[in-house]
Design a protein around this ligand. Structure first.
Ligand code: PLP
Length: 348
């Protein structure tokens, strides 16, 4: 594998940062409706929220065009990524994914006993689906695809991915992590969820942490075949980890389309501002479909993080394909101005 992350030392010091751009959080969230729902429902915290959870699952099922039995809830999608890894790799095997990609499921798979078959992204930053398919063998228990991908922010073509899933899911289940799909324009928000109604063994993870701005309220869900969810939930339950107020917040946030549209619009404006400034400073970034941008830097990642933190700007640093990279999350426009000023001081 190519992928290496430098210790995100600043992630532990969020309060000291003037611009916290290191965790792909949505600076505008939660929506005012979600905040009100938390306040109004905190008093229900003495009860388990099963009825309300099932209502939320119905609402999600309706939105996604599937049945309630296709939904598994979790306190954030991390929980679902990690549980899937623990269940699928309890007897070893290998996981096939892109490199670099989002490491949460892969790391838990490795810690559980899996080996990682890391397939480099192509030069256009999309998944190398042909190479991934060729890498599958008798020991492959799961394929992981993050689309749009983190940390690169890049997309793999929807039609190519549908074809891949249709062909490959009959052999091996495919986990598609769609955490950032909500930042695409409505017409481009093409999920793999429709494959569930064709009986394909794909598991799609979605989260309220990104476009809904609810990272700290912890709500996510997986959509899959009931048989597949049955295998996971036999060992580890889904929605038990979500708090009563968070369930209400998610329900309220789903109805607040104006908030989601605002997040998408401001995120795009910030992306364009950062592109413009990176162009001006001569950085070659990867075009992003998400709420973060990655670009190569000519400085050791650790030193770079230290220098940016000294400017009170939190970002992330990675190393892959023989280069060091800075990944910056889109914050508010004011935060992006602090970021560009800090970057200019540190690297120019
Ligand atoms: N998947 C991807 C690709 C992510 O980037 C993240 C968080 O950054 C997650 C999943 C997990 O987010 P959460 O557990 O908040 O849903």
């Amino acid at each position: 594998p190519f992928f290496k992350e430098f210790l995100p030392l600043n992630a532990t010091l969020p309060l000291e940062l003037a611009a916290k751009l290191n965790a792909n959080e949505n600076p505008y969230g939660p929506s005012s409706k979600a905040i009100a729902a938390v306040g109004e429902n905190a008093f229900r915290g003495n009860r388990y929220a099963w009825t309300e959870l099932f209502d939320l699952m119905d609402k999600i099922a309706l939105q996604e065009g599937v049945k309630q039995e296709n939904i598994m809830m979790g306190p954030g999608s991390s929980d679902l990524l990690e549980k899937t890894a623990m269940v699928f790799f309890q007897n070893g095997g290998n996981i096939v994914s892109a490199d670099p990609s989002y490491m949460s499921l892969i790391k838990v798979a490795e810690a559980t006993g899996a080996t990682w078959k890391a397939i480099p992204l192509k030069s256009d930053w999309s998944h190398d689906l042909a190479a991934m398919e060729a890498a599958i063998d008798a020991e492959t228990k799961l394929v992981y695809i993050c689309n749009p991908n983190n940390p690169t922010g890049s997309m793999t073509d929807h039609t190519e991915l549908v074809d891949f899933c249709k062909r490959v899911a009959d052999k091996v289940p495919i986990f598609v992590d769609e955490a950032y799909l909500g930042f695409l324009e409505d017409s481009a928000q093409k999920s793999m969820i429709s494959l569930i109604n064709e009986g394909k063994n794909v598991i799609i993870a979605r989260t309220f942490s990104k476009i809904h701005g609810m990272a700290g309220l912890r709500v996510g869900y997986a959509v899959a075949l009931p048989e597949t969810l049955g295998i996971i939930q036999k060992i580890t339950r889904g929605g038990m980890g979500i708090s009563f107020p968070s369930i209400y917040a998610a329900t309220a946030s789903m109805d607040d389309l104006a908030f989601q549209n605002k997040s998408r619009k401001l995120n795009k404006e910030c992306r364009e501002y950062v592109y413009k400034n990176l162009d001006r400073m001569g950085f070659k970034y990867v075009p992003s479909s998400t709420s973060f941008i990655i670009f190569p830097i000519e400085m050791d990642g650790k030193e770079f993080l230290e220098k940016m933190t000294a400017q009170k700007v939190g970002v992330r640093a990675f190393e892959f394909f023989d280069k060091n990279w800075c990944r910056v999350s889109m914050g508010t426009m004011d935060e992006m101005k602090l970021f560009t000023a800090a970057l200019e001081k540190v690297l120019i």
